[in-house]
Design a binder for this molecule. Structure first.
Ligand SMILES: [Zn+2]
Length: 102
């Protein structure tokens, strides 16, 4: 059995520990739940394109997967911008109509 040690403080830790018990350093950067396929998809549904940092810091998914997620997230971002612009135009138009009625 090879002993794993915290790179910052040298405290021994278990293989499946994500954080050091003494100093709190992340022991598996890019390997948390947020960096898994499920984590990224969940984040994409909640924050959309803002899930991109987790895609690119992940060490659990392949480069091909990263590009696929990037394209999907950018596409979602693009449609969000278009949708916001359309809603803004609709509000602006209906405001003008209301103003014209008085
Ligand atoms: Zn430590």
């Amino acid at each position: 059995m090879n002993e794993l040690r915290c790179p910052r403080c040298g405290l021994a830790h278990e293989e499946n520990d994500n954080f050091c018990r003494r100093c709190g350093r992340s022991l598996k950067p890019g390997r948390g739940f947020m960096n898994s396929h499920v984590g990224i998809i969940v984040m994409a549904l909640i924050v959309g394109p803002f899930a991109l940092p987790w895609v690119w810091t992940s060490k659990r998914i392949s480069v091909v997967s990263k590009w696929i997620y990037t394209i999907i997230l950018l596409a979602i971002g693009y449609y969000l911008v278009i949708a916001c612009w359309k809603i803004y135009q609709m509000i602006a138009q209906s405001t003008q109509m209301l103003m014209g009625a008085f």
